[in-house]
Design a protein around this ligand. Structure first.
Ligand SMILES: CC(C)(COP(=O)(O)OP(=O)(O)OC[C@H]1O[C@@H](n2cnc3c(N)ncnc32)[C@H](O)[C@@H]1OP(=O)(O)O)[C@@H](O)C(=O)NCCC(=O)NCCS
Length: 189
């Protein structure tokens, strides 16, 4: 159950029947809807609507793949049958670094600040801790994404490098750096 963290009455209602679990193939349509929404309402993700042309069947295939791979995980935050947040831990396919997973996370914008991100992180890191293959969680975040960087640092992620001018956001004609962050499973509390 999601912890309640804000004072907004509408937020409390949203949180009362929230569920976190691994994505199932039957979630393909709602996950596709959520992705289309978050890709259009935030520029803080590398993937954007321009790159996202999956239909429901392709999304189902992706979910199946996450479920099949032993070093990958796709978590959903659901209210009823509607996905409102997701977290991906995508394991490397290469033998020499299949112990490394890339973390991605997004929550529907109107629900930011309610604790859904932290609950997805808690569950995702618990999965990583219990997985016998995974030894490191890595991610890339825009250097100006203070909200996400603060959250990652609270979990113990360390900044490991700066990728200069890696992002161009056409909508705002902005060039941004990416921060590489990493957390070793042995560093998890
Ligand atoms: C980053 C994101 C997933 C956080 O989800 P969320 O549900 O809003 O997060 P939470 O409410 O659980 O807050 C998690 C932490 O974020 C930080 N945070 C939340 N609101 C914040 C704010 N207004 N200012 C600064 N930091 C904030 C805090 O560290 C907070 O921890 P706390 O609750 O212990 O204080 C969400 O903002 C999002 O989807 N952003 C767009 C996509 C994105 O940036 N993804 C990361 C790309 S690497």
């Amino acid at each position: 159950m999601i912890k309640e963290r804000n004072e907004k009455p509408e937020g409390q209602a949203w949180l009362s029947d929230m569920v976190l679990r691994e994505a199932r193939e039957t979630d393909a349509a709602t996950l596709r809807r959520l992705k289309r929404q978050v890709f259009s309402e935030t520029h803080n993700l590398l993937q954007s609507l321009v790159d996202y042309d999956y239909d429901v069947e392709e999304e189902r295939h992706l979910i199946r793949r996450y479920r099949y791979l032993d070093n990958s995980c796709l978590l959903l935050a659901l209210r009823g049958r509607d996905a409102v947040g997701f977290l991906t831990l995508q394991g490397s396919p290469l033998a020499r670094n299949r112990h490394v997973v890339q973390l991605g996370i997004a929550v529907q914008k109107e629900l930011w600040g309610l604790g859904i991100g932290r609950d997805l992180m808690d569950r995702g890191l618990q999965w990583a801790r219990e997985n016998p293959i995974v030894r490191k969680i890595s991610l890339l975040v825009y250097s100006d994404n203070d909200r996400a960087i603060e959250m990652y640092e609270r979990y113990g992620f360390q900044k490991e490098g700066l990728l200069r001018k890696e992002v161009y956001i056409q909508e705002s004609d902005t060039v941004l750096d990416l921060v590489a962050m990493g957390l070793l499973v042995e560093e998890l509390g």
